[in-house]
Ligand binder design. Structure first.
Ligand SMILES: Cc1cc2nc3c(=O)[nH]c(=O)nc-3n(C[C@H](O)[C@H](O)[C@H](O)COP(=O)(O)OP(=O)(O)OC[C@H]3O[C@@H](n4cnc5c(N)ncnc54)[C@H](O)[C@@H]3O)c2cc1C
Length: 417
């Protein structure tokens, strides 16, 4: 049995704690806040094996530049001379190549499918409340260009063994007759799913506490005491803490912390917004409104809508023009939808921990054999969390992880650039 210190109590920290505790380790989760300030609470809760193409892909840069000109568009860069952000943007541009995408697809698909299987196992065991809904996710297209792109993605997904079913508007209406969609076409990914992330976090926390996992709120880690090839302590405001293994799950703040051990781990915060409204149109299948990049997750009587990727400082400023952009998209896809714009008090925001190549950092740091990282999952941090947590537990235990090839997720991949 080893003593493990996990930095960060979002979904990735808690999933790592879950599998490490299952292996019989003595686990402590440290968080600089009260465990509710990360990105893991108000997100769309989508489990997405369908997302086999990382964010950094050819064509994304041009699309992003076009969106920059529209204040209601789903993308923004807050202008700044921050040199980490400038480095990140260049690295993103360099990473958005066909070769990188082709190399990443099988590894990302394998990680996603493992995660989905682990979610199903967890739901079947019944100890953790997830509200796992396995109805698939609909990708709704309004333009020919988006339809063309999504059909291409569907073919790539099929090649990885992920089911994707292109549908005409009439076929979509037949699948879900109670909803009046205003779309050109759709692609249904029956293997996708949703959970309720806030429920999952609360339930995981209660479960872990009942198994003896220690939670330390208001405990910011400011650095690491380094030995020759190992980390020997965490430095916190109130002194040092020693563990046998250290697991970094610090979300959008992970890169700053890794600077103190000399590892370049570029992570920038992609601020996104969400809000909950009454389910006026009787939606029951989750959807992505592709032309507007808006997520729609029904939870019975309510629906959570989410969107926007705003690269910039990690602050709590709300850009209500972006929220309005999300809100105005809804009625364009659901003919019967009418709802008031959310007020600032009704809007949740979170920072997606984005790596420049759109892939997580997952593995053991080469320089320090007892420092492990599960961070930088971007838009898929919930979806990939069980697999990431399980792989961290495997690495700590010295077991071979379930994935044959994890080279695309190496924490050092930007170290020498
Ligand atoms: C609008 C929106 C919709 C989304 N929808 C989805 C979705 O449908 N599916 C999906 O998979 N993902 C989605 N995401 C992304 C997902 O929410 C994130 O990828 C995920 O929550 C990241 O989890 P995490 O545990 O890595 O980080 P976080 O949840 O951010 O947790 C990091 C924790 O580390 C703590 N911390 C940081 N630094 C320190 C330090 N120095 N010392 C101590 N503690 C520290 C923080 O306080 C925080 O609690 C969405 C995001 C947004 C914004």
């Amino acid at each position: 049995m080893a003593k493990i210190g996990i930095i960060g109590g979002g979904i990735n920290g808690l999933m790592a704690a879950y599998y490490l505790q299952k292996d019989g380790h003595e686990v402590t989760v440290l968080d600089r806040g009260d465990f509710s300030e990360g990105c893991s609470h108000g997100n769309a809760g989508m489990i997405v094996p369908s997302h086999i193409i990382p964010l950094a892909a050819p064509g994304v840069v041009m699309k992003g530049l076009k969106w920059l000109l529209n204040k209601k568009s789903p993308f923004a860069i807050v202008p700044s001379w921050d040199k980490d952000l400038i480095y990140w943007l260049f690295a993103f541009h360099r990473a958005a190549t066909e070769t990188n995408v082709q190399r990443a697809i099988p590894q990302l698909a394998a990680l996603s499918l493992l995660s989905k299987k682990l979610f199903q196992e967890m739901a079947a065991e019944g100890e953790i409340g997830l509200n796992l809904q396995e109805k698939g996710i609909l990708m709704l297209c309004q333009t020919a260009a988006t339809e063309h792109e999504e059909h291409h993605v569907a073919r790539l997904a099929n090649a990885q063994g992920i089911q994707a079913v292109p549908m005409t508007a009439a076929e979509l209406a037949a699948l879900n007759p109670q909803v009046r969609y205003s779309v050109r076409s759709a692609v249904h990914y029956p293997g996708d799913a949703t959970i309720d992330p806030a429920l999952a976090l609360a339930s995981l926390t209660a479960h872990l506490k009942s198994r003896g996992v220690v939670f330390l709120p208001n405990t910011e880690v400011t650095g690491f005491r380094r030995g020759k090839d190992r980390i020997s302590a965490l430095q916190c405001a109130d002194g040092e803490r020693n563990y046998d293994h250290y697991v970094l799950c610090g979300g959008a703040w992970s890169g700053m912390l890794m600077k103190s051990v000399g590892l370049r781990l570029p992570v920038t915060g992609g601020k996104g917004y969400s809000f909950v409204q009454n389910n006026a149109a009787g939606l029951s299948i989750a959807a992505l409104l592709l032309d507007h990049r808006v997520s729609v997750t029904p939870y019975g009587q309510t629906v959570r809508f989410g969107g926007t990727m705003e690269l910039g400082p990690l602050n709590s400023r709300l850009n209500m023009a972006k929220v309005s952009g999300i809100h105005s998209a809804i009625g364009q896809y659901f003919a019967d939808w009418k709802s008031p714009e959310p007020t600032p008090q009704q809007v949740w925001h979170g920072f997606r921990p984005c790596s420049p190549d759109g892939l997580p950092y997952l593995g053991t740091v080469q320089m320090y054999g007892n420092l492990h990282i599960a961070a930088g999952h971007g838009m898929m941090g919930v979806s990939l969390a069980p697999a990431s947590g399980k792989i961290i537990a495997d690495l700590v235990q010295g077991r071979t992880p379930d994935l044959e090839d994890m080279s695309a997720f190496r924490p050092e991949r930007f170290a020498s650039r």
